[in-house]
Design a protein around this ligand. Structure first.
Ligand code: BGC
Length: 687
């Protein structure tokens, strides 16, 4: 192979490199490239020196089963990352995953998972980020940037509307154009604009009757033409199998069928593609159109120009573990803290009881939780973390009545082997299933009551990836903390929060309803899990997803979106905007002062929402537009400036098929949750 090839020089223009590589491939080679060779790689084209392109599962780290069974950093569930509202931390996690993907000898990580959390019962909520497209996209974009800063491709997933697991390979999402665009597409739009992901995984489900993998409207009209996506698309594993075949997928714009398995994926088999060509249903140009984005990713990751890395089996990286611990700490959400019960003072405590089903559970096992399972070199459980922290300063006892304080480590069953769960139709907070109840399992409800009967100083800690109904015992506990699935350093992080080493600063990325039928996704069976005879799930709530619905209908949630307590107190004041009127395309800056008026160092999240005073269409009362996490020592005051552009005023017009804003006044709300706004001001939009 000649070293003078234009595509071999990374200094040349990327599009030109892609064209020159495409020119060198013959038709047979192009067809070999669009279907996986095995579970995690594409075929090599030896003649041109194209090695196999290797992928690994994410999005909580580099997954075990897809990276030569290596032990790697297990980060907290990404819902926990979203609960940190910390964009810098999201970048750091992405960067660490990029590095570990490279060390695992792979070129792409299948993550972040960015599906909107539409229901509290979706089994994969732990892998996703938020019910709100702005929080979801701002965090996801930083993960993508972090991954790609290491020359590794990020593959955002699962596009589009794969928001529940029940019958995911057969069900059709029935959704209006406006809801699709304003909530679900908007999430991708912002991620693509902010971070230019190199890959995107296509969902299993149908969207309005057509599978994602053969849906031209979704894959080309929206993704490429509207959103300007420049990367390659890949099926979810086996997702092309139920489509009408090669021609439809190729015409729709699907670049790669994965995996290379006879059982799961036979659509892009050479014979089938050749048949479609021979019949004239597709042309070589159609093949070129789907190969081009794949080659672009190959060149972006240096597939042809960089040496292959021999995979490292164990990554025991303290720097990455520190990031994992910081995410766990900043992601924990303090939901109740009566009379400042927490943090606990070790000088006042002699005996501690640690009870509950998740006390000493290690979640980092192969396939636990599903395809995202990362198996770390070690995992600090809540029990170990607390025990290490208190060391010999307090005794761990087993009877609650003997303890000064009891920690009940409750939550959901994330465990159980994913494949077995699927086969045995077992539900869990895991891939492949959705929960059927919002409550904690009965035995846990019972344990909480019994323990409280023996000791009132009982702190409940939830270890779960989704909201849980806490209403039955909430009034009786002095403190309640949501720890999510906190990753390999979770126990350490938990102890540091409980004993006040750090003040909690996480805020909920999802709404907790008082009861499940208060929730917009749970009005009837047809809205969740769907009409399973007709295999349709109806997104009847339209744009009123999550808090948008609770606000619109004036329904009091148990815990609102954006809520979370701290050990200290903050005051927001002095709201200013640099313009009272803006024109289309202009930016404006909101400025507020935030002060730590409590007794400890801590962090607050400044949340900015907007409402349209008057509009020709119905709009949510308030929508999140931006946020900023602010770290303040006690007594410290900072001025925060947040810039927005006029896209913040937009809604999606079904009659004009585009996002637009109408002239008039908008209220800007600034606060610490979606239900607490100490500050507001108005701005005029004049196109
Ligand atoms: C999951 C994807 C995953 C793929 C490969 C699928 O079942 O939905 O998220 O990346 O498997 O393991």
């Amino acid at each position: 192979m000649s070293q003078n090839k234009l595509y071999l020089n990374p200094k040349n223009d990327l599009d030109k490199r892609v064209e020159s590589l495409l020119d060198d491939l013959n038709l047979e080679e192009k067809i070999r490239l669009i279907r996986g060779k095995d579970f995690w790689t594409t075929e090599a084209i030896k003649r041109l020196g194209i090695p196999p392109f290797g992928m690994t599962d994410g999005p909580l780290g580099v997954a075990y089963h897809s990276s030569f069974k290596g032990n790697r950093t297990r980060f907290p569930a990404t819902i926990s990352l979203a609960a940190t509202w910390n964009k810098e931390l999201a970048f750091k996690m992405g960067q660490a995953m990029g590095k570990e993907t490279k060390q695992a000898g792979r070129h792409q990580i299948l993550g972040p998972g960015v599906n909107i959390i539409r229901s509290p019962l979706c089994g994969r909520n732990f892998e996703y980020l938020s019910e709100d497209p702005v929080l979801s996209s701002d965090i996801a974009a930083e993960i993508v940037k972090g991954i790609q800063s290491e020359g590794i491709a990020s593959c955002i997933k699962h596009y589009l509307t794969n928001n529940s697991e029940t019958k995911r390979t057969k069900i059709s999402t029935e959704i209006s154009e406006r809801a699709l665009q304003e909530i679900y597409v908007k999430n991708y739009k912002r991620i693509i604009e902010k971070s230019d992901p190199w890959g995107l995984m296509v969902c299993y489900n149908k969207i309005n009757g057509t599978y994602g993998a053969e849906n031209k409207n979704i894959l080309t009209d929206i993704l490429v033409d509207q959103l300007g996506f420049t990367g390659h698309t890949v099926t979810d594993w086996g997702a092309a199998q139920r489509t009408s075949g090669a021609s439809a997928c190729i015409k729709a714009g699907l670049s790669l069928e994965m995996p290379g398995s006879f059982i799961l994926s036979r659509v892009y088999k050479k014979k089938k593609v050749q048949k479609a060509l021979d019949s004239g249903e597709i042309s070589e140009e159609d093949i070129d159109n789907i190969v081009r984005p794949l080659l672009r990713t190959f060149l972006r990751v240096g597939l042809l120009t960089q040496d292959r890395v021999s995979p490292k089996n164990i990554i025991d990286n303290p720097e990455h573990q520190a990031i994992a611990r910081q995410i766990a700490e900043e992601g924990m959400v303090l939901l109740k803290n009566e009379d400042n019960f927490l943090p606990l003072d070790l000088n006042q405590i002699n005996k501690i009881a640690i009870l509950g089903p998740n006390t000493d559970t290690r979640f980092g096992k192969p396939f636990y939780g599903g395809s995202s399972a990362v198996v770390p070199p070690f995992e600090i459980t809540p029990y170990e973390g607390i025990k290490n922290y208190v060391s010999n300063k307090a005794e761990i006892v087993s009877k609650p009545e003997e303890a000064d304080v009891v920690f009940l480590i409750m939550g959901l069953d994330h465990g159980g082997h994913f494949i077995l769960n699927l086969l045995l139709k077992r539900e869990g907070d895991t891939e492949g299933s959705d929960r059927t109840t919002y409550a904690l399992p009965d035995d846990q409800e019972k344990l909480i009551k019994e323990t409280l009967g023996k000791n009132k100083n009982t702190v409940v800690i939830l270890v779960a990836g989704s909201p849980i109904n806490v209403s039955k015992w909430y009034d009786d506990v002095p403190a309640l903390l949501n720890a999510w699935y906190p990753g390999m350093m979770g126990g350490d992080a938990l102890a540091r929060i409980l004993f006040g080493e750090v003040s909690p600063s996480g805020k909920l990325p999802v709404t907790y309803p008082k009861k499940i039928d208060d929730h917009p996704a749970h009005k009837t069976e047809r809205t969740f899990p769907g009409d399973l005879d007709k295999l349709k799930i109806y997104f009847d709530e339209g744009i009123y997803v999550g808090y948008r619905y609770f606000d619109k209908r004036n329904i009091e949630p148990f815990f609102p979106f954006g809520y979370g307590l701290s050990y200290t107190e903050f005051k927001m004041s002095n709201i200013q905007i640099d313009k009272s009127e803006v024109k289309r395309g202009e930016t404006f800056t909101i400025s507020v002062d935030v002060e730590n008026i409590g007794k400890r160092n801590g962090a607050e999240i400044v949340q900015i929402y907007l409402s349209d005073e008057e509009c020709s269409v119905d709009r949510p009362p308030k929508e999140l537009q931006a946020f900023e996490k602010v770290y303040l020592e006690l007594g410290e005051k900072k001025n925060i400036k947040i810039e927005l552009d006029t896209s913040a005023f937009e809604f999606y017009s079904e009659s004009e098929h585009k996002f637009k804003a109408e002239d008039g006044f908008f209220t800007i709300w600034v606060g610490s949750s979606s239900r607490n706004f100490p500050l507001s001001t108005k701005i005029k939009f004049q196109s």
